[in-house]
Design a binder for this molecule. Structure first.
Ligand code: NAP
Length: 277
């Protein structure tokens, strides 16, 4: 039996137990997957429990993805570059950290017929997940990434952190420059909570969608609601769209590959998970 946990604060609404449960059941793996509320500053104590109670691995969400770095004996290259870890394997008392968000997102792109390689990408937002996506896009040979954020200094910082990873052209712009920045995008990603259920804000103006080329994919990382105002409008004007459910499922499957130390047929597993959820 494999013993897994997900830690964060808040943690009550985490879908990780459902998604990992659907995947591990489909694989016929005997498992236990618990949610554990761990507040900021509580990592040291949690890790002592994970080791002494023989937890095999754990996923991390807010506020631990960065703080965990100092407790790791090993870290994957992408997680090190993004300075963010969402998956930890515990082996004989030592911890190995990974970040599966970038791969999870790319697998969701593949499902829609897109990929990072050679793509021109525009991302709205510059929070934790964007740093991971920019790192993954640069490592996978995206042609360019433009980061647009309400607080422009954060967009600049995200680009600076990924500078030099590869030849990917990195730039940043202000929210007001959205339309001008969209003209040649292959992939547009909303990585802000605008339009998310329970979040008071939504896009006040979606005119910029008309500046996107016809073949673009409009990707919203939000999965609740399944169709945000952004996705509804993009669909209405004939653009291809995807929500964040694919990323959520694929990042979990990529984490399960680390926990189980085996490769999974990702696209086949996606079908099984979505049918079991
Ligand atoms: P975060 O670190 O809190 O960053 C939030 C970003 O959104 C910041 O850049 C912030 O801009 C911007 N923002 C917030 N409210 C805004 C508003 N009213 N107007 C304009 N911009 C606003 O969050 P995160 O972890 O990066 O996550 C971002 C989104 O991705 C969330 O919706 C999250 O649910 C989603 N997500 C989905 C998955 C998945 O598996 N599908 C995984 C991770 C994240 P400022 O810098 O100006 O504050």
């Amino acid at each position: 039996m494999i013993r897994l946990e997900v830690i964060g604060d808040p943690i009550e609404h985490s879908l990780s137990p459902a998604v990992h449960g659907a995947a591990l059941s489909a694989l016929g793996v005997e498992y236990e997957y618990k949610k554990v509320r761990v507040a900021a500053g509580g990592l040291k104590r949690y890790i002592a429990h994970a080791i002494s109670d023989r937890v095999d691995g754990f996923n991390l969400t807010m506020p631990h993805k960065v703080d965990i770095l100092k407790f790791l004996s090993e870290i994957s290259d992408d997680a090190r570059l993004a300075e963010s870890v969402n998956t930890v394997c515990v082996n004989n008392g030592s911890l190995s950290g990974f970040n599966t968000d970038g791969r999870g997102f790319e697998l969701s792109l593949n499902r829609s017929g897109y990929e990072f390689k050679n793509s021109r990408i525009v991302i709205l937002g510059a929070g934790g997940v964007v740093r991971t996506l920019v790192t993954a896009a640069a490592l996978k040979g995206a042609k360019s990434v433009c980061v647009i954020n309400r607080t422009q200094s954060k967009a600049r910082e995200v680009c600076a952190a990924a500078d030099g990873i590869s030849d990917t052209e990195l730039s940043f712009a202000a929210f007001e420059e959205l339309s001008e920045s969209c003209g040649d995008a292959d992939i547009f990603i909303n990585a802000t909570p605008l339009g998310m259920s329970g979040c008071r804000g939504d896009f006040e103006n979606l005119e910029f969608l008309h500046a996107l080329p016809k073949g673009v994919l409009v990707s919203d990382l939000i999965y609740n609601p399944p169709k945000t105002t952004l996705l509804k409008e993009a669909e209405r004007i004939g653009l291809k769209t995807q929500n964040g459910l694919g990323m959520l499922i694929f990042q979990a499957l990529a984490a399960d590959e680390y926990y189980l130390e085996r490769k999974l047929d990702m696209q086949a597993m996606y079908e099984k998970v979505i049918n079991n959820l």
